[in-house]
Design a protein around this ligand. Structure first.
Ligand SMILES: [Zn+2]
Length: 245
């Protein structure tokens, strides 16, 4: 009898543990900041992603102001910041508050220009993100994404896939962990033929986990299952920043 109880307890513990692992966003507090250049559909992307975050059990604070970064009470409790804010201006105080929070362990996740082309004058911000957009030769074009890290939980099990969107050419920090790449041809810029460019990466900034994907110019691009999956898994990884798991 005793053995059966121990065995049952073991099963319960294992299932508890897997439930926790299966739902990393449960009870996580997320600050979702959206705004900036409207061409990237920040509101539509926010409205698309927020229900999924809440379905996972996250508590989402939505903000259309960079002043949220200087809200000490809010920043003191958030686990993760999701930002989509293309080509804006951030004040020195806002940038300091954001970078300090991430350095101290708040996770940061974002995609495309909303994280990777946000504040062009702010090099400390770019140092934190790990890359800065510089061009998308040809505009919306057909291109492939290759999964280069097949073991990482963010890209595990995914295969090469196709996008019809902007292929981001970026200046990238060599210190990032590259998960997926894309290879340029010479159709729109002869000198970049065969250049292999990171598409998705993870990195640390201080104690904070930073996840970035250059995919998803607009909300329609999230309909590409792999692009959405990479974003979801990247968010999940970054949301566990404070736990350091
Ligand atoms: Zn774009």
């Amino acid at each position: 009898m005793k053995k059966i109880i121990i065995a049952l307890l073991a099963i319960v513990c294992v299932s508890c543990q897997s439930a926790i692992q299966d739902n990393p966003l449960k009870d996580k507090i997320i600050l979702f900041v959206y705004g900036g250049w409207d061409g990237h559909q920040p509101k539509q992307c926010h409205d698309f992603l927020k229900p999924w975050l809440e379905e996972q059990g996250a508590i989402v604070y939505s903000s259309q102001s960079l002043n949220s970064y200087t809200d000490k009470e809010l920043m003191g409790k958030v686990d993760l910041i999701i930002q989509t804010w293309t080509m804006g201006n951030i004040s020195a105080e806002q940038e300091r508050a954001l970078t300090e929070a991430v350095r101290n362990g708040v996770g940061l996740a974002g995609w495309h220009g909303g994280l990777g082309d946000a504040f062009r004058n702010n090099t400390e911000y770019q140092f934190m993100v790990g890359g800065q957009w510089v061009a998308h030769p040809g505009g919306k074009i057909d291109y492939d994404v290759d999964i280069v890290d097949k073991k990482d939980p963010v890209t595990k099990g995914l295969k090469k896939f196709h996008m019809q969107s902007e292929q981001y050419y970026m200046h990238v920090d060599p210190g990032v962990k590259v998960l997926a790449t894309t290879t340029f041809d010479d159709e729109h810029a002869s000198w970049i033929k065969d250049v292999v460019m990171p598409v998705a990466w993870k990195k640390y900034y201080g104690k904070g986990r930073v996840f970035y994907s250059s995919l998803c110019h607009d909300v329609d691009d999230f309909k590409v299952p792999e692009a959405f999956e990479i974003m979801k898994r990247g968010i999940e990884w970054a949301a566990l920043s404070k736990e350091g798991k």
